[in-house]
Ligand binder design. Structure first.
Ligand SMILES: [Mn+2]
Length: 332
């Protein structure tokens, strides 16, 4: 389905609903938050009051995300999943953005209460994808923000310079600073957003790290070992807890080196919980490797979570899965 057709259907769904909720994925990132805000502006333009379901701990968000969240409260409404469940009527529409899996929405436990669900996303579908006829899922596109930018233009919604900044931040994140999976179409979207007053300099400000977090990520980077000539793996120690974002940043950082095709950062994210963040320039499909480790993603960006294992054992297992995958590529 092309976006125009989908948009016509979605506009009808919105018009025929008495309440519209928007759900980004849990542990929202810039792309999820920006696309939720954009979606809410489209709903408003159609004369309905939207609510973005946000059950993440705001205090634990990184600074740039907090800034966007606090500013966006002035132009849209955020509610917790408890409030949403209490408000849901027999004619409520749920629009999920930047995700399509049942376990990634804060409304997982009451999904059956929605009259309709529409999905706007750029991640692959799998057996956990929410079942609905209303889907616009385009795994080739850089980000949900890219899709929502086009939808804002289609809806003639006024895009302020600040909303343009948010959407640019979503694209910036999902394309590793406009370097990965950024098509001509992505560049066109960036151009359109900068014409609306969005500024890359302000966008990079969102991502400015505080010193201690940056040191932690660089420590991880310095522990990198090469499993094959082109695959880099770094592993935290038994005494350091990381956030998934920190692991993702270490993996992103390592990808900048010329000889490296794929990067893997693993570390403890909780008691007996290990996370792996994987990134690729595209030659090694990291989603294949992460699927074998119980996770998923796309060829450029994937992750997995492992319970009841040790860091060493997890690294050994990853290495065993990784070597044949690299071999496959190098002998293609
Ligand atoms: Mn995204």
């Amino acid at each position: 389905m092309d976006l125009k057709e989908f948009k016509i259907t979605l506009d009808e769904l919105i018009a025929n609903s008495d309440l519209v909720f928007i759900s980004p994925h849990v542990r929202a990132d810039y792309d999820a938050l920006a696309s939720s805000i954009a979606m809410s502006l489209i709903v408003k333009k159609l004369g309905k009051e939207p609510f973005i379901i946000m059950s993440d701990d705001i205090d634990k968000m990184e600074q740039g995300m907090k800034t966007i969240y606090n500013e966006a409260k002035e132009i849209t409404s955020f509610i917790t999943k408890e409030k949403a469940e209490a408000m849901v009527t027999n004619n409520t529409l749920l629009i999920t953005v930047d995700m399509n899996k049942t376990y990634l929405t804060a409304c997982q436990t009451f999904l059956d209460k929605f009259k309709s669900i529409a999905i706007i996303d750029h991640h692959d579908k799998d057996q956990d994808t929410i079942i609905t006829d209303y889907q616009y899922i385009m795994p080739k596109l850089s980000s949900a923000s890219e899709i929502l930018t086009e939808m804002l233009f289609m809806s003639n919604v006024k895009i302020t310079s600040r909303v343009a900044d948010y959407l640019l931040a979503g694209i910036f994140l999902d394309t590793n600073k406009f370097t990965k999976n950024a098509s001509t179409k992505t560049m066109e979207t960036i151009y359109k957003l900068t014409k609306k007053g969005g500024e890359i300099a302000r966008v990079t400000d969102f991502f400015t790290e505080d010193y201690l977090v940056d040191r932690k990520i660089q420590d991880l980077v310095s522990k990198t070992r090469f499993i094959t000539y082109t695959a880099a793996v770094t592993m935290g120690d038994d005494n350091t807890l990381y956030t998934r974002e920190e692991l993702a940043k270490a993996a992103d950082y390592l990808l900048k080196y010329r000889n490296i095709d794929a990067t893997f950062a693993l570390g403890l994210t909780g008691e007996d919980i290990i996370n792996i963040s994987a990134r690729s320039k595209g030659t090694i499909d990291v989603s294949d490797v992460m699927r074998e480790m119980g996770g998923g993603g796309n060829e450029f960006s994937a992750a997995s979570q492992i319970k009841d294992s040790t860091l060493e054992d997890t690294k050994d297992k990853l290495t065993r899965k990784l070597v044949p995958n690299c071999y496959k590529i190098n002998n293609r």
